[in-house]
Design a protein around this ligand. Structure first.
Ligand code: ZN
Length: 352
């Protein structure tokens, strides 16, 4: 392609030569020489502007075409991968895909801490049940005493699928691990009737459509707890959580509750503990208050027990749910929840 204007034609020659050497071909479209031509355009008298502008645009067009064809050529050279091909067991060992050696990896700090948390609960007589990462409207809301149209359904900024279940409801990425309550109550109902309390903790990954900041992530982990037996009251709930927290932080702590509202517990509480960092003196972790609001809890609502077929005249129980990241952040003084999902090696290596 030839250009009438000598400045444009010189620049064209220069940039095409440079294009051959560039690793990232698209950088040519951001070159200062090309930008200088566009800058010059603005300074020209109106009668020259149209012709000069057409030339500069033509050059940009030509460079764009060259970048695209270089990219297509590069892609054509890549060997095709048949993702459906079975692995050939006769492949000699040196030709097999290699995994990184285990020394180059380490467990994620959340998983290490989760193992510690579960270990404490095992010793307290709880068993662990895994949560799931896609669930339905019934387990997210219906089974938890949020009837259709309940305003508290809007408190959860849930992600939903386009696909629908047999009841015509969209599937949900769980916004809390309480989606598992109905399942464990049903599963262990027979044991309960045979005299063993239901004592289950449920770790799981949960998802919320949050605005992200140092305290909010769209993806995080929760630990749910469910305990049901004869004669259970809120005193058992508070003692259980306090015992766990003291074991986890390895020190004496004070705890307190404030009334709160959840549809699936009655009464419901917000549970706070004395700041394990400053022992109530006030610090950045506890926003100078000496207390940390840690989780939501309460006595399981009779409607929830009833839905799972549990005799509410005979049995009562408690449940709680709280973020695992918050526990870990307080233990190590981690200031930003986003570190956990950031895949930043400098953060992860501190725990390796
Ligand atoms: Zn503090």
């Amino acid at each position: 392609m030839s250009y009438q204007n000598p400045r444009i034609s010189e620049t064209a020659e220069l940039l095409k030569k440079r294009l051959d050497e560039l690793e990232n071909k698209a950088d040519i479209l951001r070159s200062i020489e090309l930008k200088a031509l566009f800058d010059e355009l603005k300074t020209l008298p109106p009668e020259e502007r149209a012709v000069f502008g057409a030339g500069v645009n033509q050059l940009r067009q030509e460079l764009g075409d060259l970048v695209r064809s270089a990219r297509d050529e590069g892609e054509a050279k890549l060997p095709l991968i048949d993702v459906t091909a079975p692995f050939d067991v006769n492949t000699p060992p040196d030709k097999r895909p290699r995994l990184l050696s285990s020394e180059q990896g380490s467990q994620h700090p959340l998983m290490t801490e989760l193992a510690t948390v579960l270990d404490i609960f095992y010793r307290m007589g709880f068993m662990a049940v895994e949560s799931r990462e896609i669930d339905d409207d019934f387990h997210m809301f219906g089974a938890l005493n949020f009837p259709e149209g309940h305003p508290a359904r809007d408190d959860y900024d849930t992600f939903m699928t386009l696909e629908k279940d047999a009841n015509g409801k969209q599937f949900i990425a769980p916004a809390h691990t309480s989606t598992m309550q109905h399942r464990v109550l049903q599963k262990y109902k027979a044991d309960l009737e045979n005299g063993s309390p239901i004592a289950v903790v449920i770790p799981g990954r949960v998802f919320r459509n949050e605005d992200l900041d140092a305290r909010h992530e769209h993806t995080f982990y929760q630990l749910e707890g469910v305990y049901v037996d004869e004669g259970i009251n809120a005193g058992h709930l508070i003692a259980t959580l306090k015992t766990f927290l003291q074991a986890y932080y390895g020190k004496e702590l004070e705890v307190k509750t404030q009334p709160f509202y959840f549809p699936f517990t009655e009464p419901s509480f917000e549970f706070a503990l004395s700041c394990p960092f400053c022992d109530k003196k006030g610090c950045n972790i506890c926003s100078q208050t000496g207390w940390i609001e840690l989780l939501g809890c309460g006595m399981i609502h009779p409607n929830v027990l009833h839905q799972a077929g549990i005799d509410t005249n005979k049995y009562t129980g408690f449940a709680w749910g709280g973020g695992i990241e918050r526990l870990v952040m307080m233990k190590y003084g981690i200031e930003d929840i986003r570190h956990f999902e950031s895949a930043r090696l400098d953060f992860l290596r501190q725990f390796a």
